[in-house]
Design a protein around this ligand. Structure first.
Ligand code: SF4
Ligand code: SF4
Length: 266
């Protein structure tokens, strides 16, 4: 979730009567005031949508628009959208007309004024989720008359697709599974960062190494991975489960020797 550092007060409220009043539009006095001084965590899917919108590489996007932080709440590094380095600390994408990347804005921007708490259960076993209102003092949108149900808001803002993609990643980010020997941790952190955030590099990694000699990936699937970022992202998540936690998510070729860990041979 994005949190505005300059806000005076944020109240997390249950959604009463299953609906809430809210509208954000260009004519409102606070228009774009919330797009500054944010702690906005970007997910792998956010990064794909933004880099495709801006028509730039993963490297360029990460260099220009993000910063990496290690936090106490996660053992893996997180990527934050870098606010402008001036007094206003505005989001790099905000203009007087609104959001410059609106069709591909991050999930955290879409879901506001709702917040979502989701269980970490794998999707196949049924993920539990709860929504609540994040009421910020400076936001005048709550004084508008338009009434929404949660479902209407999520559909209207295109949140569901983001949640579905982000939940796949969340299984890795919030996993408590053992990462193995301490001597491997630094390499695993680097692998996590590349496979999660730098999809162009991850594509080079699998296509320009011995990856396909060691792991069984059908030719048809390889063609998809070569050109489709979202499919590559999903494959990167399967690879992370294999390489970080030793889950059997990727199939070894028969001739790959059991005696040597293939994660070290790629
Ligand atoms: S109404 Fe709220 S969300 Fe919309 S611009 Fe104002 S502060 Fe931001
Ligand atoms: S990405 Fe767009 S909606 Fe999100 S904070 Fe920046 S300008 Fe605002």
């Amino acid at each position: 979730m994005a949190v505005n550092d300059t806000q005076k007060e944020v109240v997390f409220k249950p959604i009463t009567n299953l609906t809430f009043h809210f509208q954000c539009h260009k004519g409102i006095a606070c228009f774009t005031h919330c797009c500054a001084a944010l702690n906005l965590v970007l997910t792998p899917y956010d990064i794909i949508r933004l880099k495709q919108h801006l028509k730039i590489s993963s490297d360029e996007f990460l260099d220009r628009y993000t910063e990496t932080k290690y936090t106490k709440s996660h053992r893996f590094p997180l990527i934050y959208l870098k606010m402008n380095q001036d007094e206003g600390a505005k989001c790099p994408f905000v203009t007087s007309d609104g959001c410059n990347v609106y069709p591909d804005r991050p999930g955290a921007c879409r879901i506001y004024p709702l917040g979502r708490a989701a269980s970490n259960a794998p999707i196949r076993t049924g993920r539990q989720e709860k929504f609540f209102i994040v009421e910020e003092e400076h936001c005048l949108g709550f004084q508008e008359t338009r009434e929404w149900s949660v479902e209407e808001w999520l559909a209207n803002q295109g949140v569901n697709e983001y949640n579905a993609m982000n939940d796949l990643w969340s299984e890795i980010l919030t996993s408590t599974k053992d990462l193995g020997p301490a001597k491997d941790i630094q390499k695993k952190m680097q692998m996590f960062s590349m496979a999660s955030y730098n999809l162009d590099r991850f594509r080079e990694f699998i296509f320009e190494s011995r990856f396909f000699q060691l792991f069984q990936v059908e030719e048809e699937k390889r063609e998809v991975l070569a050109s489709e970022d979202v499919e590559l992202m999903k494959f990167a998540f399967e690879w992370l489960k294999y390489s970080l936690f030793g889950e059997k998510t990727i199939e070894l070729r028969e001739k790959t020797l059991d005696s040597e860990d293939p994660r070290r041979r790629v």
